[in-house]
Design a binder for this molecule. Structure first.
Ligand code: SAH
Length: 399
C-alpha cells in the first residue's frame, strides 16, 4: 500500500483524531496512490497514524477512514460504517415525539459518521447520495450496493454536483444510480406535514433536512403572529408557521422555482392558503423597502444561504449577516421574535452571536437570546471534527 509520510510535528491533528491531512503536511510519498485509493499515513519517524483515502488533486490530501492499524478498508469496512450510521438514527435520538411521523432524514453525514465525503439522505422510499471526495467516489459502487442492502430500498439517486467535487478533481454527476428515475418532486412527511422535494434540481439533495427540528420550533412560536419568512426556499418554515396557527405568513426568496414549490407545499397542507403570500426578490432590497415603508412583523425568520464557506470569507460574510439582522430587528415589533441562522462554516457560533448583537445595537433595539439552535441530530458532529457543526441559530426576543 502506498504511504504518505508527514513532516515532523504534523501528526498532531491525527493524534487528536481529526480526519484531514493537508498537502502541506506531507513530507514524501512512497508508491503511487491512485485518486481515492487507500494509503497509510506515517509520522516522520515512520509510525502508523491512520489509513486514509488519498486525494492527489485536493488541498485536503488525505481523509481518514480508520485510525486502527488492524482494520482494512474493504467492502466489509463500509458495511460496518454504514450500518453504524443507520443504527445511530433511532427515533429516540432523532427527537420525534409520540404520534409524530417523519420519513425524511439524513442517514450518513460524512466525516461525522466516519465516512468522509459521503452524504446520504432518505426521502420516503428514495435515497439521495452525494460522493464528494475522491475516496467516496472510489468506493461508489460497493457503497451503493450496501446502502440498498441495509435499508431494503431499491431507489438511489445521485446528486454529486456540489462545488467541492471540483476541488477533488471530480466531474459533476447527477442521475439515478439504482432503480427507476424517481418521480420528482417526490412527497415526504416531516412532523406530520407534507412537503414536495425536488431531488433532481433542488438545493443540496433537495431539502434542508438539517432544519427539521428548528422548523418544528417555529411552529410552536407562530400562533396568532404575523410572520416574515426570509430566504424561504420551498417553504419549510412557512408551512410550519402556518401549521402553528400564524395569522399570516409572507415568504421571500429570489428563486421563482423555489417559491412555486413553496406555494405548492402550502396548498398540500390545505386550509392555510389564504393566510399565505409570497414575494420574489432580493431579501436585502425587500427588507430595506419594508423598513422605508415602516412595515412590521411579530416573527421574522432569516435563513440565508452560506455567505462564508471558509474563515477567509468571514469578514465579508459578517457584513451580510449584520445587514439583514439589523433590518430584521427594525421590522420587528416590541415583543416580537427573530429566528436567525447562519450555515457558514467560516462563522462560528460566538462570532455569529456578536454579529447579531451588534445588529440589534445599531438598530436601536433591545433584545435577548431565548434559545440557541443547531442542526438536527441526524446531522451529528464527531467530537474530533468541529467543522461538522456548521448550522447555528438564535431565537431572539425583542423587548
Ligand atoms: N429556509 C429554507 C432554506 C433556505 S436556503 C428551508 O428551511 O428549507 C436559502 C434560500 O435563499 C434559497 O432558496 C435561495 O434561493 C435564497 N436566496 C439566496 N440569496 C437570496 C437573496 N439575496 N434574496 C432572496 N433569496 C435568496
Amino acid at each position: 500500500m502506498p504511504t504518505l509520510t508527514l513532516k515532523p510535528g504534523r501528526e498532531k491533528s491525527l493524534l487528536r483524531r481529526h480526519p484531514w491531512i493537508f498537502s502541506g503536511a506531507v513530507e514524501h510519498v512512497d508508491g503511487v496512490p491512485e485518486p481515492g485509493g487507500t494509503v497509510d499515513l506515517l509520522s516522520f519517524k515512520g509510525d502508523f497514524l491512520a489509513r486514509a483515502a488519498c486525494s492527489p488533486q485536493s488541498q485536503i490530501r488525505a481523509r481518514v477512514w480508520t485510525f486502527d492499524p488492524s482494520e482494512s478498508v474493504d467492502v466489509d469496512f463500509f458495511r460496518r460504517r454504514i450500518s453504524r450510521a443507520i443504527h445511530a438514527r433511532s427515533p429516540l435520538l432523532l427527537g420525534e415525539g409520540p404520534g409524530v411521523r417523519s420519513d425524511a432524514f439524513r442517514l450518513i453525514h460524512a466525516e461525522s459518521d466516519g465516512l468522509p465525503g459521503l452524504i446520504v439522505d432518505r426521502y420516503a422510499d428514495t435515497l439521495v447520495a452525494q460522493f464528494l471526495s475522491a475516496g467516496a467516489e472510489f468506493w461508489r459502487e460497493p457503497i451503493t450496493n450496501i446502502l440498498l442492502e441495509l435499508t431494503g430500498l431499491t431507489k438511489i439517486y445521485e446528486r454529486s454536483d456540489a462545488d467541492v467535487r471540483e476541488l477533488e478533481g471530480l466531474p459533476s454527476r447527477v442521475g439515478p444510480l439504482r432503480g427507476a428515475i424517481p418521480h420528482s418532486p417526490l412527497a415526504i412527511t416531516e412532523h406530520n406535514l407534507k412537503f414536495l422535494v425536488n431531488i433532481e434540481t433542488g438545493h443540496k439533495t433537495g431539502f434542508y433536512l438539517d432544519q427539521r427540528l428548528n422548523r418544528q420550533r417555529v411552529r410552536g412560536l407562530a400562533e396568532g403572529q404575523e410572520v416574515l419568512d426570509c430566504f424561504c426556499y420551498t417553504g419549510g418554515f412557512t408551512v410550519n408557521a402556518l401549521a402553528g396557527g400564524a395569522k399570516s405568513v409572507l415568504s421571500l426568496d429570489s428563486s421563482a422555482d423555489a417559491l412555486s414549490l413553496c406555494r405548492e407545499n402550502v396548498a398540500l397542507n390545505t386550509s392555510f392558503v389564504t393566510r399565505h403570500s409570497s414575494l420574489e426578490g432580493d431579501v436585502f432590497h425587500i427588507l430595506r423597502k419594508f423598513r422605508d415603508e415602516a412595515r412590521s412583523f411579530d416573527l421574522v425568520i432569516l435563513d440565508p444561504p452560506k455567505f462564508a464557506p471558509t474563515a477567509a470569507q468571514a469578514e465579508k460574510a459578517a457584513r451580510g449577516y449584520k445587514d439583514i439582522n439589523l433590518l430584521a430587528f427594525k421590522l420587528l415589533r416590541p415583543g416580537g421574535i427573530l429566528v436567525t441562522f447562519s450555515c457558514s462554516g467560516g462563522v462560528d457560533a460566538p462570532l455569529f452571536q456578536k454579529i447579531v448583537a451588534s445588529a440589534a445595537l445599531d438598530a436601536g433595539v433591545e433584545a435577548q437570546i431565548m434559545e440557541h439552535l443547531s442542526q438536527a441530530p441526524d446531522h451529528p458532529v464527531a467530537l474530533n471534527f468541529p467543522e461538522g457543526a456548521y448550522l447555528k441559530g438564535l431565537v431572539c426576543y425583542r423587548i
